[in-house]
Design a protein around this ligand. Structure first.
Ligand code: AMP
Length: 204
């Protein structure tokens, strides 16, 4: 169960936008914008896009009317600087309460799962070799496009992403821990179980 799958589901159920920084960057890459040109190599190599760029993008989208009644923010903040900037943005916008969801999954399990993940070149839908019975190079069950592995899901790149995760992103948890805002979940549970646990926390 990926964080994107869960975020999308919750956004639908709560009737709020799913704001994924990874999706926004991939859309910029596909559209060939200035941002996309800058982000492409960074993403493909498994590194983080610089904080100033990410903070600017998130500030703009959170200030837009579509985010007025709440949102699910997916993939941000990934550094301490981003977390601090997000607090400032929430203050500026006088946003209400928020919660932080942390999916706990072993490094080796992440490597195994991402090596099984394929994406359709045409419609961007995500499949799993083991769960969906699809194969690399094969047709997308939904549109017939070709299924490929995301450049940043290659094992060597995933190992690099994990290293960066432990050094840059894990400290973000400490930042939120004091406020008791973090829900730690077993990221290997089923989509349904995780979904229920998050909703219970939000309704508390
Ligand atoms: P994701 O789809 O959330 O896994 O994001 C894919 C890639 O986009 C990441 O590996 C980073 O290269 C980049 N990215 C997404 N969100 C952020 C962020 N908050 N800060 C820096 N880079 C990001």
């Amino acid at each position: 169960m990926g964080k994107g799958t869960q975020a999308k589901l919750l956004a639908e159920e709560f009737g709020v936008p799913h704001i994924s920084t990874g999706d926004m960057l991939r859309a910029a890459v596909a559209a060939g914008t200035e941002l996309g040109k800058k982000a492409r190599a960074i993403m493909d190599s498994g590194q983080l896009v610089p904080d100033e760029i990410m903070i600017g993008i998130v500030r703009e989208v959170l200030a837009s009317p579509r985010a007025r009644n709440g949102f699910i923010l997916d993939g941000f903040p990934r550094t301490l600087a981003q977390a601090k900037a997000l607090s400032a943005i929430f203050d500026e916008l006088k946003s209400g309460d928020y919660k932080v969801v942390n999916f706990e999954v072993d490094d080796e399990e992440i490597i195994r799962r991402l090596s099984n993940r394929l994406v359709c070149e045409k419609d961007g839908k995500i499949y799993n070799v083991e769960i969906d019975g699809v194969s690399k190079g094969g047709p997308c069950p939904s549109c017939g496009g070709r299924l490929v592995q995301r450049e940043d899901d290659k094992e060597e790149t995933v190992r690099k992403r994990l290293k960066i995760y432990h050094s840059s992103t894990e400290p973000v948890l400490e930042y939120y821990k004091d406020g008791g805002l973090v829900l730690n979940l077993d990221g290997t549970s089923s989509i349904d179980v995780v979904n229920r646990e998050i909703k219970m926390m939000v309704e508390e």
